[in-house]
Design a binder for this molecule. Sequence first.
Ligand SMILES: Cc1cc2nc3c(=O)[nH]c(=O)nc-3n(C[C@H](O)[C@H](O)[C@H](O)COP(=O)(O)OP(=O)(O)OC[C@H]3O[C@@H](n4cnc5c(N)ncnc54)[C@H](O)[C@@H]3O)c2cc1C
Ligand code: SF4
Length: 333
Amino acid sequence: MKPFGYVVAPDPAAAVAIVTMRPGAAFLGGGTNLVDLMKLGVVAPDVLVDVTGLLPDRVERQPGGGLRIGAGVRNSDLAADPQVRAEFPVLAQAVLAGASGQLRNMATVGGNLLQRTRCLYFQDVTKPCNKRTPGSGCPARAGDHRNLAVLGGSLHCVATHPSDMAVALAALDAVVHVEGAAGPRVIPLSGLYRLPGDEPDRETTLERGDLITAVEVPARPYARNSAYRKVRDRASYAFGVASVAAALDVAGGVVQDVRLALGAVAPVPWRARVAEQVLAGRPATAEWFGRAADAELAAAAPLRDNAFKVTLARNIVVRMLCVLAGVPAGDTA
Ligand SMILES: Cc1cc2nc3c(=O)[nH]c(=O)nc-3n(C[C@H](O)[C@H](O)[C@H](O)COP(=O)(O)OP(=O)(O)OC[C@H]3O[C@@H](n4cnc5c(N)ncnc54)[C@H](O)[C@@H]3O)c2cc1C
Ligand code: SF4
């Protein structure tokens, strides 16, 4: 590993200034992704700016009933927070579905959102990869892509976004607070990530030196009736093959409001807005849930070995919504 320096900045503004001015500097959260990538030679910062002591590390109630989650909150603390568990169960479940207890004890909210893809070629510096080395090619398209994207990919990259937490936050309409060289700003979570297009190396809309300081989740009637379901090759300690974050408000058997996001099937946490629109005002039945999932997944463009993810995602959506609506799934899922 290349030698690197370690700095603890006195405050967030100083941390932002260092990373903005110094191209080789990187923020250090829990280090559970960044340091792994440094060991693999995928990234080689010359100085790490530790932000764990600078960022808010509490989950705070907002006046409207929503929550403000400090970017320094450890993943374990977020999942254990009584307000999160009771009022936003999808978020607690998504965080617990990720990594292991030890990793969640170290990992921060800010670092979780910005963790990098698990595409095997991205992590192997002996292989070409457009995301790691722009213009070098994407061997995954013809190679091992069983667990890569079926939605939102491009000819240049079909990597999936790895975070479970981000999928739940996408469904919950979360916003991200950022401190940058030009001051603070707020970005909807859905506007934080970029599809790969012909620039897969640009994964987010953040600028160099932008520091995530907090995430805010609004209070909504559907948030309490929400859940996360992740299907993976192994029952624990594994990244998803497909996952769904769902929140549903039903009255008199009719969908009042619904929020859906898919994980592990796209380069970004995939907000299923087409499915949401299909369901608004419709009967809360397995049949309609299936129609909505089909409408969303009509845009899927699977590769040779991952078409099964389309069926899998559809079935999880239907099953999850049936559970939340309290209706039988029948043989549609
Ligand atoms: C074996 C293993 C299994 C895992 N399984 C899962 C899984 O199933 N699901 C899942 O979701 N995750 C999984 N993870 C990933 C884990 O959740 C992430 O490594 C972790 O959340 C990253 O958080 P961190 O604080 O350690 O980030 P770091 O590694 O410190 O940083 C990650 C990136 O974010 C940047 N950064 C950190 N904080 C900020 C900030 N506040 N503002 C701006 N930039 C920042 C860093 O510069 C770096 O680029 C797994 C990890 C491992 C090692
Ligand atoms: S899918 Fe993306 S990350 Fe994977 S090899 Fe292709 S360009 Fe690289």
